[in-house]
Design a protein around this ligand. Sequence first.
Ligand SMILES: *Cc1c(COP(=O)(O)O)cnc(C)c1O
Length: 460
Amino acid sequence: MQYISTRGQAPALTFEQAMLTGLARDGGLYVPDTVPTLTPAQIAAMAGKSYEEVAFDVMRPFIGDTFDGATFKTLIANAYAGFGHAARAPLVQLDSNHYLLELFHGPTLAFKDFAMQLIGQMFQAALSRSGDRVTIVGATSGDTGSAAIEAFRGLAAVDVFILYPHGRVSEVQRRQMTTPTEDNVHALAVDGDFDDCQAMVKNMFNDFAFREAVKLAGVNSINWGRVLAQVVYYFTAAVSLGAPHRQVSFTVPTGNFGDIFAGYIAKRMGLPIADLVVATNRNDILHRTLQTGAYTKEGVAPTISPSMDIQVSSNFERALFDAYGRDGAAVAGQMDDLKSGGFQISQGAYQMLKDTFKSGRASEDETHQAIKTYRQNHGELLCPHTAVGVHVAEAHLGPTPMVTLATAHPAKFPDAVKAASGVTAPLPPRMADLYDRPERVTRVAGELAAIQAVIRERIS
Ligand SMILES: *Cc1c(COP(=O)(O)O)cnc(C)c1O
């Protein structure tokens, strides 16, 4: 299997190359040239298997000969060994036909650990084989950064720099990024918002001299390896609810479109998914796009679900690529128009997107109410992102079981959860001293040159 760019102008790569590279040289994102399918019998055989066994079955067809089967099994086992729940991604019932998929039992209490822990293992294995050293640079609205730092801390072949918007991440998120003591971990607080951070990371990748000089590697949600790792839990959840004999729907709190895109891949692989519902907070570019066919940027408004405070949704490009019949030139043209504010999706492509994704949004008040109501009536304490999801899911409940992805632990956003429910969610015991550990962070201006200078200096 080869990986091709959504903009059609970069060389095709192997899984290993695509994973280590992140963004393609033409500015596009890598996608597999074909999506392998699993038969209903293969999916049925997943019933009763461990998370790790299903992970192997789902991901193996995508990795080519990057790792042999036994090695890949070991990497998967190591990736999930540190999770605080034996099922890794347990399902909890909220209502007769509504379930919560708890994706917050990893080391940083958000779903991003599922992908990042595996990426850390795969990077380590690939780099120690080749003897290379790389500089990982990532932008975060909070959860990616802590997950990346947790996955790469102390690895000899990697320096990890995380750019986060100063003052716009929760205290738990910030401390998870600033308290690790390993020398290869660098938290950078940038003056700007998440989109500024993300744009700077993209610009670093497009600065080829810099990219070569520091051996840049990316682990943002644009990295195909991350999307792939997230496909797995759609299978474990659907199979426990009766797939392939029964259809299942999913509602996904969405920002950069990585997690929901993983659901789309699961569906293309043959998992019988009925609805894939995109749930946004008031930063609703994806909801508006799916309602109108026009993708237009607006300013970012800070919300109580900060990991979804995004206006340019990187992974949406992968969906567009398929919607345009894999026409890289068409995607490149639309992305050019985005620089001047937005674009109109062609009729055919828009129809494909509307047929594939449903959507809804939750206001701040609705998010708040959902936290309160689910605490009172269901006994569940939801993080604000998950609350956006359950609010939107309620409008899509029907005869098909609905699974809402619980993307973070409520203790990761204690202020918003307390304000809405009156309850303080305690941190799990292994993190109880987080507030006592000393912090280490570098404040930087929101300028590309300034950030590049810090990176060059630190790795020299
Ligand atoms: C990253 C994140 C999201 C959004 O996920 P995307 O893959 O970017 O759409 C939602 N909730 C939480 C808690 C997150 O950390």
